[in-house]
Design a protein around this ligand. Structure first.
Ligand SMILES: NC(=O)c1ccc[n+]([C@@H]2O[C@H](COP(=O)([O-])OP(=O)(O)OC[C@H]3O[C@@H](n4cnc5c(N)ncnc54)[C@H](OP(=O)(O)O)[C@@H]3O)[C@@H](O)[C@H]2O)c1
Length: 340
C-alpha cells in the first residue's frame, strides 16, 4: 500500500505549435512504492528545459516520451524510501525522473549531489547542475576560447547563456550577449559582467551587434537558430567556432525553419560548427565541479534561478521558456526541502 498521493503530468498527444496545455493533463494516483533494489525520490525541484518540448514530439537523442505516460523531466529530490544498497533515505539526488511528485529508480539514472557547504540546493539545478555543465563544456571543450577573443552568446539571459558569458570573461574574453528585452540586457552588462548586450527585438539590432564586436566574432555560442544565427555567421572570424548547443526558435515550429541562409560562410572563414550534448560529459562532471565550484562559492559566477511554485503550475511556467518570460534557470518547486 502506498502512503502518499502522486500527482503527475500525463502526455496524451504530441504537441503541435506549442499547444502544451492541450496535450498534458495533471493526474493523481497512489504514489509508487520502491521495490527490491529500488528507491523512491520525492521531487523537490523540477527542471524545465526547452528540450522537454522535443521529447514530447519525436525521437531525438532520447526516445520520445510514450503517449499516456508521465512526462520525463530532470529532477532534484530526496530519497524517501530505499531498498537499494547505495542510496539511503535522506540522500539528496538528481537525475532523470518525471513531471511528478515521486519517481522510482534503480539508481542508474540518479546520482547524489556533491555536498558543497553553504550552497542552496537550487545551485544543483543551475551552475553546478546540467545547466552549468552545458555552459562549461560547450564553451571550453567545443568553443576552446583564448584570452582576447570575442564570444557572442544567444539566449544570453537564460539558464545556459547567463553562465557562458561569465565563463568567457573568466577566461579573458570579450563577452557579448543577445537577449529579448532591455531589462535582460541591463542584467547581463550591469550584474553579470557582459561587455555588451543586444536586444534582438529592438529595431536595428543587427547593426548594434556589428558595433558591439569591432574585432568580429571568434566564438558564437548557439542557443537559438534562425536569423540570430545568420547575423552571427556574417560577423564570424576566420577559424571561428560555433558550439551548437540548441535552437529554441525551432522547437515548436510547424514549418521547416527558414535559415540561416549564409552557412557557406563556414567555408570562406574556415570555421567550425559543432553540436554537442551535455549527457556525453557525465564522466567528466568532476572537472566542472572542480573549476566551477570555487567560482560559484567565491561569487565570481553569479546565477539566478527563476523559481515557480507548485507542480500544478508547471505548464504556465514551461510556456515562459518560449516567450522569454524567464531570466536564468527555470525551475518549479514541487515540495519543501528537508532540513539539512
Ligand atoms: N546541448 C545540450 O546538451 C543542451 C543542454 C541544455 C540546454 N540546451 C539548449 O540551450 C538553449 C538554452 O536552454 P536553457 O535551458 O538555457 O533555456 P533558457 O535560455 O533559460 O530559456 C530559453 C530562452 O530562449 C529565448 N527564446 C525563446 N524563444 C526564442 C526565439 N524564438 N528566438 C530567440 N530567443 C528565444 C528566451 O529568451 P529571450 O527573452 O532572450 O528571447 C528564453 O528565455 C536551448 O536551445 C536548449 O535546448 C542544450
Amino acid at each position: 500500500m502506498s502512503d502518499a498521493i502522486n500527482r503527475h503530468w500525463l502526455l496524451l498527444d504530441r504537441p503541435k505549435g506549442g499547444n502544451f496545455t492541450e496535450v498534458l493533463s495533471l493526474r493523481e494516483e497512489p504514489a509508487p512504492v520502491a521495490g527490491e533494489g529500488q528507491f523512491r525520490v520525492r521531487t523537490i525541484h523540477l527542471s524545465l528545459d526547452p528540450t522537454n518540448a522535443v521529447w514530447m514530439q519525436y525521437d531525438s537523442y532520447l526516445p520520445a516520451v510514450p503517449l499516456n505516460s508521465t512526462m520525463r523531466g530532470l529532477v532534484l529530490g530526496v530519497v524517501d524510501q530505499s531498498n537499494h544498497p547505495k542510496f539511503k533515505v535522506g540522500d539528496i539526488v538528481t537525475g532523470m525522473g518525471g513531471w511528478a511528485d515521486y519517481t522510482i529508480s534503480d539508481g542508474s539514472a540518479f546520482g547524489r549531489v556533491p555536498a558543497i557547504p553553504g550552497l542552496p540546493l537550487t545551485a544543483y539545478m543551475g551552475p553546478l547542475g546540467m545547466t552549468g555543465a552545458t555552459a562549461y563544456f560547450g564553451l571550453l571543450d567545443i568553443g576552446r576560447p583564448k584570452a582576447g577573443e570575442t564570444v557572442v552568446v544567444s539566449a544570453a539571459a537564460g539558464a545556459v547563456g547567463s553562465l557562458v558569458g561569465q565563463i568567457a570573461k573568466i577566461k579573458g574574453c570579450r563577452a557579448v550577449g543577445i537577449a529579448g528585452s532591455d531589462e535582460k540586457c541591463a542584467w547581463l552588462t550591469g550584474e553579470l559582467g557582459y561587455d555588451a548586450a543586444i536586444n534582438y527585438k529592438a529595431k536595428g539590432w543587427q547593426k548594434a551587434l556589428k558595433a558591439a564586436v569591432p574585432d568580429g566574432i571568434d566564438i558564437y555560442f548557439e542557443n537559438v537558430g534562425g536569423d540570430i544565427t545568420e547575423a552571427a555567421l556574417s560577423l564570424l572570424n576566420v577559424k571561428g567556432r560555433i558550439p551548437f548547443c540548441g535552437a529554441i526558435s525551432q522547437y515548436n515550429a510547424t514549418e521547416p525553419p527558414p535559415g540561416p541562409r549564409n552557412l557557406s560562410v563556414l567555408v570562406s572563414r574556415r570555421a567550425r560548427m559543432e553540436g554537442f550534448l551535455v549527457l556525453d560529459y557525465n564522466s567528466r562532471l568532476g572537472e566542472m565541479y572542480a573549476e566551477m565550484g570555487p567560482w560559484v562559492a567565491e561569487g565570481r559566477i553569479k546565477w539566478k534561478v527563476d523559481l515557480d511554485q507548485g507542480l500544478e503550475n508547471t505548464l504556465t511556467s514551461f510556456a515562459k521558456l518560449f516567450t522569454g518570460g524567464n531570466t536564468g534557470k527555470l525551475v518549479v518547486q514541487v515540495s519543501e526541502e528537508p532540513a539539512r
